[in-house]
Design a protein around this ligand. Structure first.
Ligand code: NAD
Ligand code: UDP
Length: 314
């Protein structure tokens, strides 16, 4: 068997750590690069003794040299609380990180996948969102450091491909949840589960009528692997998400029911530029990758609640 050598930037984060697990399980050699801004050693500690796993502390805004076959570029804080904490650093991570990783891919002729986001669509005016939609993003708003950073990264990917023949893959990830989300991450699924398990108030921002479509982590990882292995001419961008759409209020009610919590729902101010609706059109992923999500909300939430019960409540 030929082992591929794969670099995962942001590999100690929520998604990155699951991707490292899967790549190793598939018989690859994995180099995990992270600066631990939002990631944790805890997420990959079970891999440390695996001889095919290597951990490197590094910041993607600085150049990095290595020989690998494939690169998954995930390094970037993803929770609004964390990416707004140091907005300039977030843009640098997206843009300089993309430049450094694309430069590396060009030099070593590696295939490179960018973890882009549904946030490139901003507060969308078409529904569901299809890849050809250009988006509706406020370039000077609170979310711009992330949204515009990710949009610029897509532009860089496309141009390294056109000008330098770098083999690129772009996926636009919609809201994803699962075990190993940081309990203080600030994203809605982890917030609600942790609050419910502790019988604390469930904090709904606004009226809770805004929608999101939540995808379970295992479905995303499968989509990433399939995208990396897809035919060379297919560069994306391709949406990877679960089209089952819920209001945030519905999510809160589901979490209360599944945890058997005594928590009450309280309403707090809606953050500026918070998108009102979000739902992926996944026909392209179906056609090109033969991919569709398999795990629905009840099952995914139950697994995630179990994880937080074992880690947060101990
Ligand atoms: P996360 O915060 O758990 O993981 C991000 C990882 O990147 C962390 O381990 C962090 O320490 C690392 N990192 C941040 N800045 C870095 C830097 N400058 N150099 C090196 N490492 C750095 O978030 P996640 O949910 O796992 O997201 C992973 C990727 O997927 C991100 O690029 C994010 O934009 C994208 N994404 C996630 C979602 C989602 O719902 N989770 C949705 C869309 C896109
Ligand atoms: N949200 C909420 N309560 C929380 C955290 C988030 O009502 O404790 C809302 C948030 O305003 C947004 C949605 O849930 O409308 C999803 O937020 P998240 O930060 O998870 O992701 P994003 O807004 O980037 O999709």
């Amino acid at each position: 068997m030929i082992r591929k050598k794969v670099l995962v930037t942001g590999g100690a984060g929520f998604i990155g750590s699951h991707l490292c697990d899967r790549l190793l399980k598939d018989g690859n050699e994995v180099v995990c690069l992270d600066n631990y801004f939002t990631g944790q050693k805890q997420n990959i500690i079970h891999l440390i003794n695996n001889p095919y796993f290597e951990l490197i502390r590094h910041d993607v805004t600085m150049p990095f040299f290595i020989e690998v076959d494939e690169i998954y570029n995930l390094a970037c804080p993803a929770s609004p609380v964390h990416y707004q904490y140091n907005a300039i650093k977030t843009i640098k991570t997206s843009v300089m990180g993309a430049i450094n990783m694309l430069g590396l891919a060009k030099r070593i002729r590696a295939k490179i996948l960018q973890a882009s986001t549904s946030e490139v669509y901003g507060d969308p005016q078409i529904h569901p969102q299809i890849e050809s939609y250009w988006g509706h993003v406020n370039p000077i708003g609170e979310r711009a450091c992330y949204d515009e950073g990710k949009r610029a990264a897509e532009t860089l990917f496309v141009n390294y491909h056109k000008q330098n023949n770098v083999k690129i893959k772009i996926i636009r990830i919609f809201n994803t949840y699962g075990p190993r989300m940081h309990p203080n991450d600030g994203r809605v699924v982890s917030n609600f589960i942790v609050q419910a398990l502790q019988n604390k108030d469930i904090t709904i921002y606004g009226e809770g009528m805004q929608t999101r479509s939540f995808q379970y982590i295992d479905d995303l990882v499968e989509g990433m692997i399939r995208m990396m292995a897809s035919r060379e001419e297919f560069t994306g961008p391709v949406n990877i998400g679960n089209p089952n759409e819920f209001t945030i209020l519905e999510l809160a009610e589901k979490v209360i029911k599944l945890t058997g919590s005594k928590s009450k729902i309280i309403k707090m101010p809606l953050p500026p530029d918070d998108p009102m609706q979000r739902q992926p059109d996944i026909s392209l992923a179906g056609k090109e990758l033969g991919w569709s999500p398999k795990i629905q909300m009840e099952e995914g939430l139950a697994r995630t609640i179990e994880y937080f019960r074992e880690t947060v409540l101990v």
